[in-house]
Design a protein around this ligand. Sequence first.
Ligand code: ATP
Length: 240
Amino acid sequence: MLLTSVARPRVAPTRGPGEDVVSVRGAAFGYDRRPVVTGVDLTLHRGDVVAVRGANGSGKSALVRGLLGLAPLLAGQVDLFGRPQQQLRDRSRIGYVPQRHTVATTVPVTVRELVSSGRLSLPRHRRRPWQRFGEADRCAVDCALEGVGLAGYDRRQLSELSGGEQRRALVARALAGDPELLVLDEPIAGVDAANQRVLAATIAGLAASGTTVLAVLHELGPLAPVVHRVTALPSAGERC
Ligand SMILES: Nc1ncnc2c1ncn2[C@@H]1O[C@H](COP(=O)(O)OP(=O)(O)OP(=O)(O)O)[C@@H](O)[C@H]1O
């Protein structure tokens, strides 16, 4: 199976060149030893914004979960930051927002607390574990909230937010960790057009500063101008 790619204009990264951020070669991902997506070849450089598209069940989530080590790699090779994915120690280099989130809305947590939790896993060289939240942490949280159009929501209870607002809060949590690779599984599902545009501007800014973004998208919508390449998966029917 070959994935099709559509090139789009790209923004030059400013974090500098280096190894590929993501390199997937001849990979198959699946569940219970059953491949659901095969023959995946995908390379993302610093500052790339790549969309993964495909029909329901085509394996988009399996692909992104597989490259993060959350779904079994059944064949081929996945390298992240120039090393085999299994050797990646500092997981905080990656921000991931899964398609289905399990934020317990019965647990009382404010939007700021949720987004701040995105800073907790930063390793010593970026934030000491015992260190109290400092100015840099507060700024990162504020920027993240702004980046998803939730500035001013920080004291609201997460459980009181709408589905689309909760989704944006989860994206903000990933942004707060200042990841080098941001993996978003359907980040604009259920998000209104105005806030999709806010997220598009945020992603463009991240890419310009060298963050790499891989997003599963059913429709590109307002993200179209900021997406550099589209990788399309064949539908489950076409695979047979
Ligand atoms: N945990 C799991 N265990 C077994 N099979 C799974 C699991 N998760 C997904 N699958 C199967 O893998 C296939 C691909 O699912 P996946 O969620 O990756 O598709 P998708 O392209 O993201 O679909 P959608 O657009 O509906 O989100 C489907 O046939 C699905 O039933």
